[in-house]
Design a protein around this ligand. Structure first.
Ligand code: ACO
Length: 325
């Protein structure tokens, strides 16, 4: 059995916010942001929502795969910023696509969400419960960012990326060959967002800043450079591969320096780690499929190449997936 990505798609909001725009909002500079993160600009949703961006990304992924919405069995949206609690974003996407035969639900594993959704879909397909799936990472992080906190507001962007996966059953060797994922709830306080006040809580007990994203950037940085290589090595072991066997590492675009440290730790040439962080910022669960779509459409991923996807995020969560394209 080959469970392979047959199509990719993405969608970014129209509005672009540059580092120079941020200079006018908080005490920061273009130079600081570029040097510490590799980012120059990011997209910000104004009229776009998690579901509308996800639906556009899905349509593009289906088109790219040469498939139609009525044949989709499963839709999983990875998101931590859905605009409505009920119904879930995946059901709204199902409605927008007219994918009436699909099972649809969301996963929240923050920036690790896309890998968690891909792993879940893999199990559904491997068990025979489904033949195909649309897997989406979609975020409008600008809604939960504290725009007065320079330590976080310069980092994030909005957008969506989707892949269409199918049991191709082919003998050409394409498909997922190794997966690894994990969670560390004990480290949850490194990066959190309360989001809303719940019943029984009163103002003095809640720090209003906690309703927005709160992050210990240094600790998250250390967590990522320690945990991601371990997770990647587990997926490599499962696939029977060594770091140098991978042609392209498509990692969560959180910080250019994190990606450089991971490349160093795996003793692998940084050229194998493509990045688009300069133009998108950290789009959380959407960053891996957005980059994948960009590379796919530019023809930079070739049939038969070995690809590693890996991400980490609030929770803390982490995941990796090795595949042959
Ligand atoms: N502009 C200017 N100065 C700033 C800014 C800013 N935007 N932000 C912080 N600073 C200052 C700090 O106040 C500090 O000043 P001080 O030395 O006078 O105290 C100085 O810059 C250094 O701050 P650090 O936090 O030590 O800077 P660092 O090099 O660690 O970079 C960063 C900060 C970019 C946040 C980094 O730690 C990072 O990328 N961490 C990982 C974040 C991440 O990946 N988050 C996403 C996780 S995925 C998810 O689930 C959402």
């Amino acid at each position: 059995m080959g469970i392979a990505i047959l199509g990719t798609g993405s969608a970014l909001p129209e509005k672009i916010l540059t580092n120079f725009d941020l200079e006018k909002m908080v005490d920061t500079t273009d130079e600081w942001i570029r040097k510490r993160t590799g980012m120059r600009e990011r997209h910000i949703g104004e009229k776009e929502t998690v579901a509308s961006l996800a639906a556009t990304a899905c349509k593009r992924a289906l088109e790219n795969a040469g498939r139609t919405a009525d044949s989709v069995d499963l839709i999983i949206v990875a998101t931590c910023t859905t605009e409505m609690l009920l119904p879930c974003a995946a059901c709204r996407v199902q409605n927008m696509l007219g994918a009436e035969h699909a099972i649809a639900f969301d996963i929240n594993a923050a920036c690790g969400g896309f890998l968690f959704a891909l792993n879940t879909a893999h199990h559904y397909i491997a068990s025979g419960a489904c033949k195909n799936a649309l897997i989406v990472g979609s975020e409008v992080l600008s809604e939960i960012i504290d725009w007065t906190d320079r330590g976080t507001c310069v980092l994030f962007g909005d957008g969506s990326g989707a892949v269409y996966v199918e049991d191709t059953g082919t003998e050409d060797g394409s498909g997922i060959t190794g997966m690894s994922q994990g969670s560390n709830g004990m480290a949850g306080s490194m990066l959190y967002c309360r989001g809303r006040v719940v019943k029984g809580e009163t103002e003095p007990e809640i720090n209003s800043e906690d309703l927005l994203v709160h992050m210990n950037g240094g600790e998250v940085f250390k967590f990522a450079v320690r945990q991601v290589p371990v997770c990647i090595k587990k997926a490599l072991d499962m696939a029977g591969l060594k770091p140098e066997d991978i042609d392209l590492y498509i990692l969560h675009q959180a910080n250019k320096r994190i990606i450089e440290s991971i490349a160093k730790s795996l003793k692998t040439d940084i050229e194998r780690f493509p990045m688009n962080i300069e133009k998108t910022g950290n789009t959380s669960s959407a960053s891996i499929p957005i980059l994948l779509d960009e590379l796919n459409r530019e023809g930079r991923i070739k049939k038969g190449q070995r690809i590693m996807l890996s991400g980490f995020g609030a929770g803390m969560t982490f995941g990796a997936c090795a595949m042959v394209w």
